[in-house]
Design a protein around this ligand. Structure first.
Ligand code: F6P
Length: 387
């Protein structure tokens, strides 16, 4: 009997249990047994902690949020600041992981994580540990895959919040600001803003001004709409370029974003003297059951990861290139963030419907010449990549 290992690392997201189930069920078909390491990479080294996994104890978890294996974005493996400023993992740590892999007789180790976790998997690969990466994050910011699982569920949650805010905003003639996650990209804000009928969407990829946001609110009032829905991504920069952050967990690690929603609401209230409220959606976006899309995507990722282990194609990350499930070298996948293209069809469609991105309405016309696309994320953004 061959054996493989799996772990879930970094911030959780809906679909992690679906991927675990997908791995275990398809591995059993190929006569592998499976072990699941607990609390992300931490479970790999002293004290090594894992669960034997089989179709019985992974039955019924397809639709459950969280991860039966637990996860962490802190601890001994968190010493990475992102991929452009990589902090080399301690050789003893890597050697410890290799011992665990050998002692348990693992043919392969499947690491499910976001960009920071996959950067760790890349270091494992370079050390000779047989790894396969599976991308997950609600932020949808990994460059080599069209979608990560977790994103669709987060967008569904944010859209539901907007639907609810819509009715109360209309009832009270209020301006409602919804702050959503996404770290340094605006994918969740953009998609939820479109799906939930937002009037203003503020994202890191498009510089914006309070004047333009206020004009949009006043234009709506002139048109008889006395309420406005604003969606702001936690990583959107203020007009002066600053990020709004909470505490830094550790001086070597990434900042915790959050708080821009309240800043935006307070400024609008002060400028327009309109009743303005802010809702920070926070971790609700990461909890609860995965959508059908995320269940299907996570299941396919799990089955494909097992196929790669079986064929010995290590150092690869699974990716979705519609309609195919494929793979790319992990190193390639984590070399840059995938950011919203300000000239993309989704942004253009939003503009065509009158949604404001808080930028100058003249230059922002959907019929204006496309602005240059920033492909590479600035180093300070990559440096802040989530583990
Ligand atoms: O990367 C996923 C994510 O949920 C981000 O959208 C958010 O900024 C961050 O993780 C929050 O992390 P934590 O779990 O530390 O609160």
């Amino acid at each position: 009997m061959k054996r493989l290992g799996i772990l879930t690392s970094g911030g959780d997201c809906p679909g992690l249990n679906a991927v675990i189930r997908g791995v275990v069920k398809s591995a059993e078909q190929l006569h592998y047994d499976c072990v699941g390491f607990l609390r992300g990479y931490e479970g790999l080294i002293e004290p090594v902690s894992y669960l034997p996994l089989n179709h019985k104890n992974t039955s019924g978890i397809l639709n459950q949020g969280g991860t039966i294996l637990g996860s962490t974005n802190q601890g001994r493996f968190a010493a990475t600041r992102g991929v452009d400023e990589r902090v080399e993992l301690d050789v003893e740590l890597l050697a410890g992981v290799q011992v665990t892999v050998e002692q348990l007789g693992l043919s392969g180790l499947i690491c499910v994580g976001g960009d920071g976790s996959l950067a760790i998997a890349q270091q494992f690969h370079e050390f000779g540990i047989p790894v396969i990466g599976v991308p997950k994050t609600i932020d949808n910011d990994l460059s080599a895959t069209a979608y990560t699982f977790g994103f669709d569920s987060a967008v569904a949650c944010a859209t539901d919040a907007l639907d609810r805010l819509h009715t109360t905003a209309a009832a009270h003639d209020r301006i409602m600001v919804l702050e959503v996650m996404g770290r340094h990209t605006g994918w969740i804000a953009l998609h939820a803003g479109i799906a939930g009928g937002g009037d203003v969407i503020l994202i890191p990829e498009i510089p914006w001004q309070f004047d333009h946001v206020c004009h949009k609110i006043l234009d709506r009032e002139t048109a008889g709409k006395r309420f406005t829905l604003i969606v702001v991504a936690e990583g959107a920069h203020l007009p002066d370029g600053d990020l709004v952050t909470q505490e830094r967990r550790h001086e070597a690690l990434q900042v915790r974003l959050g708080g821009i929603g309240n800043v935006v609401a307070a400024e609008i209230q002060q400028r327009l003297h309109r009743d303005t409220r802010c809702v920070v959606l926070g971790h609700l976006q990461r909890g609860g059951p995965p959508t059908t899309f995320d269940r299907v995507l996570a299941t396919q990722f799990g089955a494909h990861a097992v196929r790669l282990v079986h064929h010995g194609h290590f150092g690869q990350m699974i990716c979705f290139r519609p309609p195919q499930i494929d793979s790319v070298p992990i190193a390639e996948a984590v070399s840059r963030l995938r950011r919203v293209d300000p000239t993309s069809a989704a942004v253009q469609a939003a503009r065509a419907l009158g949604i404001s991105f808080g930028d100058c309405p003249k230059t922002a016309s959907p019929f204006a010449a496309p602005a240059p696309v920033q492909v590479e994320a600035p180093s300070e953004i990559l440096a802040a990549a989530t583990v």
